[in-house]
Design a protein around this ligand. Structure first.
Ligand SMILES: [Zn+2]
Ligand SMILES: [Zn+2]
Length: 172
């Protein structure tokens, strides 16, 4: 299934970027503070949390992983236990509900990127996500060193060489 994993690629594009996660680990929403700004000191509204590190990253990318619902549920349970959000002494029914809630939230987050290319780096701005791509590089059509100069009506990119290409081609 389509998942999001931590990456340090495109880090530093914003001055308040951070990445305390392990490269390649699965990421999900953390628990955002109330009243926190996207660019606030905490950083919870511009980051996602690693399953294993329990830490945040402001950059993550789209990946395809051979993993099923049962495995995702197990990993989330393990992650919530290890980070202390659930404890064996809590009522089992409550824990199950909480895990199911986080699984649902995580799967719907990942699924929202089904139509985007694998390898695309993303940033989070509160409830919005957007791609972080290089503005200059080698044209996938002519091979010249170019910068992006616009978009076509069908949402492809136009290079300074006047070639048009898709996002997939640009990040390949
Ligand atoms: Zn916070
Ligand atoms: Zn070109």
């Amino acid at each position: 299934m389509r998942v999001l994993v931590a990456t340090t690629k495109q880090q530093g594009k914003r001055s308040n970027d951070f990445s305390f996660t392990n490269d390649g680990e699965l990421v999900r929403y953390g628990f955002d503070c109330d009243g926190e700004d996207v660019d606030g000191v905490c950083g919870c509204k511009r980051s996602l949390i690693g399953f294993d590190s329990h830490k945040g990253t402001t950059t993550f990318c789209i990946a395809e992983m051979d993993i099923n619902l049962e495995q995702v549920t197990k990993l989330i349970e393990k992650s919530l236990k290890a980070s202390g959000f659930i404890s064996p002494s809590d009522p089992e029914e409550e824990n199950k509900e909480f895990i199911a809630e986080i699984v649902l939230e995580t799967l719907s987050l990942w699924k929202s990127f089904d139509q985007f290319p694998i390898g695309l780096v993303l940033e989070r701005r509160g409830v919005y996500f957007s791609p972080r791509i290089e503005k200059s590089g080698l044209c996938p059509i002519c091979g010249e060193k170019i910068h992006l100069s616009g978009r076509t009506k069908d949402n492809r990119y136009i290079g300074s060489c006047q070639d048009a290409f898709t996002l997939e081609q640009w990040i390949a």
